[in-house]
Ligand binder design. Structure first.
Ligand SMILES: [Zn+2]
Length: 221
């Protein structure tokens, strides 16, 4: 049940060498690089949701080969890397789902101009692979990004919240309120401000949010 854009990605990476090591590879990442990326997944300590915080399920920690793979996905025009990462996240969900109800998966959107520049939204591609693996429903227009925001990593916690205030609005897919809860999906989780503000906007509109799935969670010093 692959969507069209995921299919074209699958065809794309068959002709390319591994983006991390440049060796010929039958998959988006060669087996050796994938082994290194996977090692970043077992280093995550169990998530401890703070009171009032969203439950977070992260597949890996944002370091080493996984950090490189995400950088290649976002900044070096390797959208095909969303496929193995989304599938791995899907497997992780099946082992430890945040809810037994079938949530609607909503990727965190990018500002439209930024997405045009990049040509794709990596969270959307990861969500496609995640949903193809888990069978959960993907809602691509669940949220809209209202405006461009400064890169979050450059800001302190308070500035992050100001940076994102009003950043999201309800997307056209939720003109009618859904029965199922929403599961947000993003590539990286640092302080969680982005997903919290996205969740706040959905809840403000009466939509329940059961948590967030993330490919890589930043390692806190
Ligand atoms: Zn490789």
């Amino acid at each position: 049940m692959l969507t069209q854009s995921l299919k074209s990605l699958t065809n794309l990476f068959l002709q390319q060498p591994c983006p991390l090591c440049d060796r010929p590879s039958p998959q988006a990442l060669c087996p050796s690089c994938w082994a290194q990326v996977s090692r970043c997944s077992s280093q995550v300590s169990s998530h401890q949701p703070a009171p009032k915080a969203l439950p977070v399920l992260a597949w890996g920690s944002y370091q080493g080969a996984l950090k490189r793979a995400i950088a290649a996905l976002k900044y070096e025009q390797h959208p095909e890397l969303a496929i193995p990462l989304g599938q791995a996240l899907g497997q992780h969900w099946q082992q430890a789902p945040l809810t037994r109800r079938s949530p609607l998966v909503v990727p965190i959107p990018m500002f439209i101009e930024k997405q045009r520049e990049r040509g794709y939204n990596q969270a959307d591609l990861i969500a496609q692979a995640f949903c193809a693996h888990t069978g959960l429903a993907l809602v691509r227009q669940g949220l809209r990004r209202q405006r461009a925001t400064a890169p979050q990593f450059s800001l302190g916690v308070e500035a992050r919240q100001q940076n994102l205030a009003g950043a999201f609005s309800l997307g056209q897919a939720f003109q009618q309120r859904p029965q199922q809860p929403v599961l947000l999906l993003d590539d990286i989780y640092t302080t969680g401000t982005t997903v919290q503000i996205a969740a706040h906007e959905l809840r403000r509109c009466g939509i329940s949010v059961c948590g967030v799935v993330i490919v890589a969670r930043a390692v806190m010093e």
